[in-house]
Design a protein around this ligand. Structure first.
Ligand code: URA
Length: 259
């Protein structure tokens, strides 16, 4: 292949969102295949799936053990940085652990880092993060008075939706994170965080608009929880901003923030 064709192909892949290399070695799909046997069909080429370093069952128990052993937010960050059980770590640039004041009264949990968050190692710093900042500001909060994290600490390649297996694997870390921050109020930002943390099947339309209870694992506490629309959804559906504002006012009232 001529270099300029290879470059054009790379540009096209980036344009369609294929911006991560998922295997150590490239696969030459144009290479000649062995001739087909008349009896046994040739199996389809295996997809380039990246395997986690630790097999899934072992990864699940090592996640639970590592999370439970963390006695502080900083220890939890170190435990996540050392955790090798999640394949997303391989494709991510940075661990996106949390931002804000870990002693804040309110903790927000989003879905997963996007490209900007991955690049900077901080949650909600891209376009939807800027809207989240404006939403917080509207009720007298900011990153000095709130704490923000995500269900997944590593970016799913190409910003795809997290899989159920990835969420289940990372859940012990985010649950321990909530326990260590011990907020007065938990805010699930979007449906993925809401259903993962509250273990409920209803969508965000049903879960928002009321105060629910989150149950911690180890210290048997309940934390008042409010689910809000994800800012990325609000950017696509501005007609929902009226409901979003109602939810923000509920957060403000719960935190006794005055106008
Ligand atoms: N969306 C999220 O859910 N989290 C981020 O950190 C950024 C975008």
């Amino acid at each position: 292949m001529r270099p300029e064709d290879a470059l054009a192909l790379l540009r096209w892949q980036i344009a369609i969102g294929a911006d991560e290399a998922l295997a150590e070695e490239p696969i030459d799909r144009t290479a000649a295949r062995p001739p087909a046997s008349p009896v046994a069909p040739i199996p389809a080429a295996a997809p380039a799936v990246l395997r986690a370093v630790v097999p899934p069952a072992a990864a699940g128990s090592s996640a639970r053990e590592a999370a439970a052993a963390a006695g502080s937010v900083e220890e939890l960050r170190a435990a996540l940085a050392a955790f090798e059980g999640c394949a997303l770590k391989k494709t991510a640039t940075n661990l996106v652990f949390g931002d804000g004041d870990p002693t804040a009264d309110v903790m927000l949990v989003g879905e997963a880092p996007g490209a900007d968050e991955d690049r900077l190692g901080k949650p909600f710093v891209g376009v939807s993060g800027q809207l989240l900042d404006r939403m917080l500001q509207a009720i007298g909060l900011d990153r000095r008075t709130a704490y923000i994290t995500n269900i997944l600490p590593w970016r799913p390649p190409g910003n795809r939706k997290p899989t159920a297996a990835e969420i289940a694997l990372c859940l012990p870390f985010v649950r321990r994170h909530i326990e260590l921050v011990a907020p007065r109020l938990l805010v699930c930002v979007g449906g993925t965080a809401a259903s993962a943390l509250l273990d409920r099947n209803e969508g965000i339309m049903k879960l928002r608009g009321r105060v629910l209870q989150y149950h911690t694992d180890n210290d048997n506490k309940t934390i008042d929880t409010i689910c809000i629309f994800h800012p990325a959804f609000l950017l696509r559906s501005p007609g929902q901003k009226r409901e979003a504002w109602r939810d923000l006012l509920t957060i403000r009232r719960r935190l006794n923030i005055s106008d």
